[in-house]
Design a protein around this ligand. Structure first.
Ligand code: NAD
Length: 274
């Protein structure tokens, strides 16, 4: 018997990384899987492996989101689990920016070690364009809201469901390279708590996972930053997608039936409260 038998789960950003791993874990625990992703080719391949279904969806586009949830409702007639996981880190097609920030980071450490004074600066916020800001907020925060709103049109009548929102430790600790990412992730934690309170009377639980640094495509280009992160992590390693997926299985399952409004943070001790 699986921990998610007879449940239907929709996972956004499930074509790869954490979303794909969560999809596999949910499938192995007995759930029927629907993957939504902008990368429909990879999403379809992934879904095939787990007898699931894939939809093309850009979670930041409310019309697309509405139409996909209508399709889900007409095909499955219910939705037990929503995982709002789709995300970007802002460095897609901008490896130059990432390398620049890694270089500033290295320069600051060197300057401080040699002279006790820091002369290099990140200057991320002052140079951020409207477009970069809006894109980040749209995918993470608007996407989480749009998908939750449409999911509730199915879930409200069930009187039982679980919504899991993907936060990040950076929503709590901040990150010097990513004010927009940190802001979006912090907002997702607030949204999680507010909707958890609103939906408790309907037995719809809303929780967040705030991963620490996890080995996925999203973090593959972090270069020297990886060493810094590992040394600042009590468990001295990056997490694996497995570390996050088991947290998702727990929150999605009936084992977590008294758990709502919480943030579970598998992070190797990098940060000890969210
Ligand atoms: N990897 C980490 O260290 C880490 C840490 C904390 C939080 N997170 C969060 O976990 C989630 C998954 O991260 P990951 O590491 O698996 O990233 P990833 O880049 O490997 O996968 C993200 C997936 O989201 C999809 N996606 C991107 N924009 C989309 C959109 N507008 N609509 C639909 N799908 C979209 C991508 O196509 C991709 O399949 C993200 O929300 C990320 O911010 C990751």
């Amino acid at each position: 018997m699986g921990r998610l038998d007879n449940k239907v789960a929709f996972i956004t950003g499930g074509a790869r990384g954490l979303g794909a791993s969560i999809a596999t874990h949910f499938f192995n625990e007995g759930a029927e899987i629907i993957i939504g992703d902008v990368n429909i080719e990879e999403a379809t391949k992934k879904a095939k492996k787990i007898n699931g279904k894939a939809f093309h969806i850009d979670v930041s586009d409310s019309e697309q989101v509405k139409s996909i949830f209508k399709k889900i409702n007409s095909k499955y007639k219910k939705l037990d689990i929503l995982v709002n996981n789709a995300g970007i880190n802002g460095f897609e097609d901008r490896e130059d920016l990432l390398l620049d920030r890694i270089a500033v980071n290295n320069r600051q450490s060197k300057e401080f070690a040699e002279t006790g004074e820091i002369k290099s600066h990140f200057d991320v916020t002052v140079n951020m364009t409207d477009n970069e800001w809006h894109k980040m907020i749209s995918i993470h925060l608007n996407g989480t809201f749009f998908c939750t709103r449409e999911a509730l049109k199915i879930m409200n009548k069930q009187q039982k469901a679980s919504i899991i929102n993907m936060g990040s430790v950076l929503g709590t600790t901040g990150g010097p390279s990513s004010p927009h990412y940190s802001a979006a992730k912090a907002a997702i934690l607030g949204f999680t708590r507010a909707t958890a309170k609103e939906l408790a009377s309907r037995n719809i639980r809303v929780n967040a996972i705030a991963p620490g640094y996890i080995d996925t495509d999203m973090t593959s280009s972090l270069g020297d930053v990886k060493k810094l992160v590992k040394s600042a992590t009590p468990m001295k390693r990056f997490g694996t997608s497995d570390d996050i997926s088991w947290a998702a299985v727990y929150l999605a399952s009936d084992e977590a039936k008294f758990v709502t409004g919480q943030t579970l943070s598998p992070n190797g001790g990098f940060v000890m409260s969210q």
